[in-house]
Design a protein around this ligand. Sequence first.
Ligand code: NOJ
Length: 714
Amino acid sequence: MFARRFRCSSLALLALAVVPQVIGAQDFKKDVIYQIITDRFFDGDATNNDPPQSRGMYDPTKTNWQAYWGGDLKGIQDKLPYLHAMGVTAIWISPPVDNSNKPWMGPDGKPVPYLFAPYHGYGARDFTRIEEHFGDAKNDWVAFDNMVAAAHRLGIKIVVDFSPNDTNLIGTGEHGAVYDNEKLLGTYDNDTKHLYHHNGLLTDWTDPWQIQYCNVFGLADLDHDNPIVDSYIKKSITQFQDHGVDAFRIDAVKHIEWGWVYSLADTVHRHKPAYIFAEWFQDGLNDKFYPDAVKFSNHSAIPLIDYPLGLATRAAFAYNSSFALVQKTLDREDKDFADPNGLITFVDNHDIPRLLSINNNRHLLDEATAFVLTARGIPVVYYGDEHYEHNDTNKGHDPYTRPWMSSFAEDTVGFRLVQNLTALRRSNDALAYGTMTPRSVAQDTYVFERRFANDVILVAINKNETTAARLTGIASSLPAGSYADELGGLLQGVSLDVERGAAPEENLIASITLPPHSVSVWQHRTNANGPAVGALEPTEGEPGATVVLNGVRFGTRPGSVAFGSAGAKVVSWTDSQVTVRAPAAHDGTSTVRLTDDTGKATDAGAFTLHRARLIPVTFTVTNAPVSKNSAALYLTGDTAELAHEQTDTKLAPGPFLCPQAPTCFLDISVPAGATVHFHYFTVDKFGAVDWQEKEPHAYTVPAQGTGKALASIH
Ligand code: NOJ
């Protein structure tokens, strides 16, 4: 009885609580994101520390690192002025959804002698309600909405860590059970609706099927091709948008059915303006799945958290490796990724030891932070780095990378550094939108230039602790003249003289001496002629989708925007922002071009037009000509999502997964209601096509839900 009444009242609340987003939610390039583990940040509401439905998971002594410590959404709200003063314009909060109410006995089902609670949020039980330790015992949205509204009043965007791959641990706690607004949806142990995969624990991290279809760390793996799961997850993520959320960090995307995630991004983009990025953990450029990650990101329109660059950055600053690895990583990624400036960059995060736990040198952390805040990509500052927080137990590995935030003082070098560079990012577009050109790369020194239109920023780092470095003959597109360090010597930076060179792009720094452990930042801004686009968002959608172009000098009188040869309807036009509707044109990827009203034109980036909203379909073939380790199976067909008949493996969906060859399958998101024609092909280990079907198959995609296209090869 109580439950029924409560459900009604929470629905009423829901209907009222539509929180507006920050204007421009779809473009994060000018933002700096601050990552918070909500439980470890600040306790703003002592009444939710030990809530009745999950009593006993709170440790007021903060000595059990696997227990809740009291941080909550009100705590974040209370500290917004601190974050605002630091200049961060977005905060990424750990998963706020209702998590398992029962403690887990430990990973892998092994009992451990201490309490093990989902304080981090990666153990969902109900994606439609807010965790009681972070909000209130009713699991309602009040604290969340208050926090979002307060952040938005300060112009701070909210990024929610959304973890749709799995629910909570099996074999302990709540045994993976999942609820929809309090109502039990299903349980792992009695899975009558087939909501979960039942393929056991992920053990082989090199097997793409296991990676997507087995239980990661023993968490109950959801089957997103089940229409109940598909609609539940999509309903939950759009519910967050209705509560004002501006962006999502999709957790563990490597472990979700890759092809399904395209339809998730499409659902979000269709619902309201939002930025989506995803965590695809990689060991660097040589990671076995690096090519898959690139393909996924480029085709799903989901930028990734840039692990290769993050690890190279940490290698340089924490392990004293050369800047050459950083540059090599940038060279490769900037070639591979469609929009390198949209990738998410970092020094530290909650899954890896803090840099100070590896190398306890504050200079190096500040230098690494300055690098990330000035290099290409959207930077994340992990909470507490500005205060040099670290706990080195077990070399700082999880959970010791998530300490309690011990101070909110605003006078550390780290705080002032972030403050300084967030302001620079807002005033000089080279940081957000610019190219990144290496001007000098060595073991300990690195000089690079960012440039967007006529905005230039030059950065010089010397990470050597004791020895100054004299560099000579460095080219720069800074105009001839003298430049003061924009950081005002905060990191021992120096001023700079530039001489006129052979060409405007090639002026000359005859000589510069970089002090030990220093970062210098120099900038220049002028007004040039002609438009320049820095961001086009989103980069996928259907005819009629709202697309925003941000940049400079578009003029105040409307010009035109074309997607390939198709003109787009202009909705609004200002000097720095143009909004258009994607035209009704042939599906596929085309270059968007903006022309101002004087006829000056510029490219804005690529956009992929779908015929209709995307529906995830599992394509299955029962007699594939593959054996487990030989040829790889792909598919091509007559829509943009099926690569328009091309057999380039960078474009065509595949390789298929064949855990039980010759039956192979793959999730692909395709346009709702369309009849698609497709045929299979195989490639050898060099990527050359060695067989393809002659006659195509036809399949009509359902108008909603999920689909299954079953075929045997002719
Ligand atoms: C990746 C998250 O970042 C990590 O903290 C979490 O434990 C796993 N995904 C499982 O959700």
